[in-house]
Design a protein around this ligand. Structure first.
Ligand code: GUN
Length: 294
């Protein structure tokens, strides 16, 4: 019998995009067309795919996007010069610089140089600070914001829940913890972050009501690490060899899905779980940035 414990990220993202359509239409009656700039440096294959998906989602919603592609050898100064132009452009309400960036470019310098009010990625220190403070006027990073939205729209009780986050990165792990420990109806969880120096990750995972896996290791979360009934949110995107695939590789998450699904209360498929929500949250942040101009 097929299990029906999936959290359908595609369906929930579609629902959010439908809600945003009305807001974009309202903006257009006031003469505002939301505008978003993508910046991609180099030819990282995954970044190409991600930016392509985001461009398509913008076009479907009526957000006008433009993509700036710079060579791998671009200097930090040249990227900063481009950002200064995009910051000053009146038709652009959001700017997204796709990570990872080449080694000669410091991500912290770049993310500090996007105007906070155009920082729809939520990576500028002002927005990171607002997230920590529980100040809802800031922009929140899209992937962890998407995880929270999935939990809420799936009716998962986060208040008082023991949440274990695997991974302490700036894009997912750390902001995820900040969101879920906030006081209030959308969070109120007890949060543990596990990382490479954690002594007994399995023991932490086994007492979790909710696991958010963002550790970047293919199929890291195994069945014996999961408490029966736990909620499993799989953020991972890992390319692994697959002799049966035409390309010779396939994408898998940070969760060993086939063995964990029967034990989990609810679980995100991967793909089709958190990924579509990252895009939905980017669209939402961009619409909000445009609405601030009303
Ligand atoms: N690379 C992986 N995830 C993200 C994201 O959310 N934003 C940007 N800019 N780059 C990423």
């Amino acid at each position: 019998m097929a299990l029906d414990n999936l959290i359908d990220g595609r369906a929930i993202a579609t629902q959010i995009q439908r809600e945003l359509t009305a807001r974009v239409a309202e903006l257009k009656t006031k003469g505002i067309v939301p505008g978003l700039a993508f910046v991609r440096v180099g030819e990282d294959p995954a970044s190409k795919v991600y930016v392509g998906r985001k461009e398509k989602a913008c076009a479907e919603l009526g957000i006008v996007s433009e993509t700036h592609v710079l060579p791998e050898a671009t200097s930090e100064a040249d990227l900063l010069a481009l950002l200064a132009r995009l910051n000053a452009a009146g038709h652009l309400h959001g700017i997204l610089v796709q990570a990872p960036l080449p080694k000669q470019i410091r991500e912290s310098v770049i993310y500090s140089s996007v105007l906070p009010e155009k920082d729809v990625d939520g990576f500028h220190p002002v927005n990171v600070g607002k997230l920590m403070l529980g100040d809802e006027t800031g922009f929140k990073p899209c992937t962890p914001a998407g995880v929270v939205e999935l939990l809420i729209r799936s009716g998962v009780k986060t208040s008082g829940a023991e949440v274990v986050i695997l991974g302490r990165g700036n894009i997912v792990g750390k902001p995820m913890a900040a969101m879920l420990c906030q006081k209030g109806g959308r969070a109120n969880s007890t949060v543990t972050i596990c990382h490479s120096a954690t002594k007994d990750i399995k023991a932490h995972c086994r007492r979790a009501d909710i696991i958010v896996a963002a550790i970047g290791v293919a199929e890291f979360v195994k069945a014996d690490m999961v408490k029966p009934g736990a909620i499993i949110m799989d953020v991972g995107v890992n390319r692994v060899p697959d002799a049966t695939a035409k390309s010779g590789t396939k994408l898998v998450g940070d969760v060993a899905f086939a063995e964990v699904q029967p034990i989990a209360g609810r679980i995100t498929p991967n793909p089709g779980g958190v990924g579509p929500m990252t895009i939905a949250m980017l669209l939402q942040n961009t619409v909000r940035a445009a609405e601030a101009k009303l």
